[in-house]
Design a protein around this ligand. Structure first.
Ligand SMILES: Cc1cc2nc3c(=O)[nH]c(=O)nc-3n(C[C@H](O)[C@H](O)[C@H](O)COP(=O)(O)OP(=O)(O)OC[C@H]3O[C@@H](n4cnc5c(N)ncnc54)[C@H](O)[C@@H]3O)c2cc1C
Length: 621
């Protein structure tokens, strides 16, 4: 029998066990990871000293250990093998540490498909917090081949348009512009005065503008530890919002120009189908040969919340008239955490309540950890496994009953518990278009619905509810209508939370790999070893590459750290191109950049890294 002990782990003492990777009876090979320890700088796997069978576990998750602590007892596969083994190297896998006109406020949506609450149980955050961040391209693809679409246009047709696009969000305007560029007579319908949908008006763009302001404030605070101190920021909320609105105006105004240049007719008004080839828009009736439904989604609401201007959705949160003192964010998904980041930087005391036991569903826990650590020390509270049970509007604030926590008073409550598709609000029945019970429209890989000539794209066809998915689908739908032999077959759709630090991931996640028993190998480059990250004063990040064991083909990647959202694109390209780790490692990256961390993680896979000790390779399941 051999006791496996914690080897020399440098200056660290009394560190927690965060994962036990083996069970009693498991046969393991020398160097297989046995347990994962976490210091405040890095996570470290303790490897098996020899081939053998685990006979007894001496620790469990949460126990604290130091050098020499016994972790487990092993029976050697080879009786002649060295029995004692301590003080051997820790395989520092280098996992570092845990450490339009604007959309109106949504009506309380009785059919908030993903709130997971019902009347009678009182309000509570939904399980499916905000934009669905599945990394799979799980557009609702039906098995049934859709009926053949009228490929191109019958030029002798009597219909008003060859293509009508319903909804001018990123999916809709991309579809319309592509259709026009392919020579099709196209109209774009939008119920609001401004084009651009949720993304440009009340989503991606305004939120990122405010997040930039938040980053600047945070950076000035951080510089204090590096010898440069700025005064407290004076925030003119009106001016800040004016600037954000200016950004939105430039983009949405640009769309009007682009539509004109392409001779896309823009029709403003609320549209509803009146048949399989006709729509009513206000008092105008229009007919089409092909229609692309791009009507998007709106914020989910929690039944039972008071009708009070202090209870807001993301739309309201993006246009505050003042910064609240105490801000409650209901929902710990991407949208909730991004807005929390903004309000924290602007000076609000933020509390996040999340029903699940973890933040940001869909992301691997090791990616979320640095963010959780940072916000844990900045916010008033981050309450996991907690549920908002009741909100009462009082004169002195919103009295919020949080299950298991008690009641607290807030000045604002942001509801960020998911999005509901607009599938039921477009008269789909009149056209015979199938809408599922959550309001999504099923489509095939060419974005065809069950009705010939009618397509659907973007949020309205399902997760992930992300602008870049909508855009790509829009182009494919337009091309299919124009007769191109194309399908929407993206290998992955990357997810990004533009929080501080940013969290980005794509392709296979470890969580999914483990759940599905997929064999993979991972390498994590800690930003503590990146000169660029150190120079930015932000070394808490990590870059993780998940590869197929034999071929080292890239299967997935995750990055947490500043600009992770920009950095993830290279790994998406690698996945799309079928690249392996060596392809990335041999690609010369400029120095010193954060993009090098992608190359370094690839070098760790193929063993060519010199900026760290090359880690031992191991396969996980
Ligand atoms: C706060 C927030 C931040 C976000 N940040 C990001 C991000 O950083 N990155 C990202 O990828 N995604 C982000 N998203 C999600 C992104 O905004 C959506 O995925 C994207 O807008 C979906 O595009 P779409 O074209 O499907 O529909 P939408 O953008 O929802 O557009 C649909 C359009 O259709 C119009 N419409 C609907 N019904 C009718 C009708 N009956 N008649 C006429 N017009 C109609 C609507 O008015 C709207 O303009 C964010 C969302 C929010 C709320």
């Amino acid at each position: 029998m051999t006791d496996v002990k914690v080897p020399d782990i440098g200056d660290f003492d009394d560190v927690p066990v965060i994962e036990v990777l083996v069970a009693v009876g498991d046969a393991v090979s020398a160097e297989d990871p046995l347990v994962t320890l976490e210091s405040d700088k890095a996570t470290m796997d303790v490897p098996a000293p020899i081939d053998g069978v685990v006979k007894q576990l001496a620790v469990q998750v949460g126990d604290r250990v130091s050098e020499g602590s016994v972790l487990m007892t092993f029976e050697s596969a080879d009786s002649g093998a060295e029995a004692a083994h301590d003080g051997d190297r820790v395989d520092t896998v280098s996992e570092p540490e845990p450490e339009p006109e604007p959309e109106p406020e949504p009506e309380p949506a009785a059919a908030a498909a993903d709130t997971g609450t019902g009347p009678g149980t009182g309000p509570g955050p939904g399980t499916d917090t905000d934009t669905d961040t599945d990394t799979d391209t799980d557009t609702k693809v039906t098995d049934e081949p859709a009926p053949p679409a009228p490929a191109t246009v019958d030029s002798g047709s009597e219909r008003d348009f060859q293509v009508i696009v319903l909804g001018s969000g990123p999916g809709g305007y991309s579809a319309a512009f592509r259709a026009a560029d392919l020579g099709l007579k196209t109209a774009l319908i939008e119920r609001y005065d401004r084009l651009g949908g949720v993304c440009l008006n009340v989503g991606c763009i305004p939120s990122k503008a405010l997040l930039h302001a938040a980053r600047v404030i945070a950076e000035t605070e951080e510089m204090a530890t590096h010898g440069i101190t700025f005064g407290q920021p004076k925030i003119d909320v009106g001016k800040l919002i004016e600037w954000k609105t200016g950004v939105v105006d430039r983009l949405t105004g640009g769309l009007v120009v682009l539509a004109k240049q392409r001779k896309v007719e823009v029709i403003h008004g609320s549209a509803a189908f009146t048949g399989p080839s006709s729509l009513q828009v206000g008092d105008r009736s229009v007919t089409f040969e092909n229609c692309i439904i791009a009507a998007g989604s709106e914020a989910a609401w929690i039944p039972g919340l008071p009708d009070d201007p202090r209870v807001i959705s993301s739309t309201g949160a993006l246009a505050p008239d003042e910064i609240p003192g105490r801000m409650l964010v209901i929902g710990g998904g991407i949208i909730g955490l991004e807005m929390a980041c903004v309000y924290d930087a602007l000076g609000a005391k933020v509390t996040v309540v999340e029903m699940l036991d973890h933040l940001m569903p869909g992301a691997d826990p090791d990616l979320v950890r640095p963010l959780a650590k940072r916000i844990g020390s900045r916010y008033t509270d981050v309450l996991l496994s907690s549920r908002v049970e009741q909100v009462k509007a009082q004169k002195n604030g919103l009295k919020v009953e949080i299950g298991g926590v008690g009641s607290r008073i807030f000045d604002r409550a942001l509801v960020a518990v998911g999005r509901v598709p607009n599938g039921r609000a477009i008269g789909a029945d009149a056209a015979g278009v199938t809408v599922d019970d959550r309001g999504f429209i099923p489509v095939d890989s060419q974005l065809k619905t069950n009705v010939p000539g009618i397509y659907a794209i973007g949020d309205i066809v399902g997760a992930p509810l992300l602008a870049h998915k909508a855009t790509h689908e829009g182009k494919v739908a337009a091309e299919v209508i124009a007769g191109h032999d194309v399908t929407f077959d993206a290998k992955t759709i990357p997810s990004v939370a533009y929080t501080d630090p940013e969290v980005a991931w794509m392709g296979l996640t470890e969580t999914v790999a483990k759940a599905e028993g997929i064999e993979y190998e991972k390498m994590i480059f800690p930003w503590a070893a990146s000169g660029r990250a150190l120079g930015l004063g932000r070394d808490e990040g990590l870059t993780k590459l998940i590869v197929e064991r034999e071929s080292q083909r890239v299967l997935g990647a995750g990055i947490v750290g500043v600009n992770a959202g920009d950095l993830i694109s290279e790994t998406v390209l690698a996945l799309e191109m079928g690249a392996n780790a060596t392809d990335i490692a041999l690609t010369v990256h400029p120095h010193p950049t954060l993009s090098e961390t992608v190359a370094f993680s690839a070098e760790m896979v193929d063993g060519s890294i010199t900026d760290l000790m090359p880690p031992r390779r191991r396969t996980r399941k």
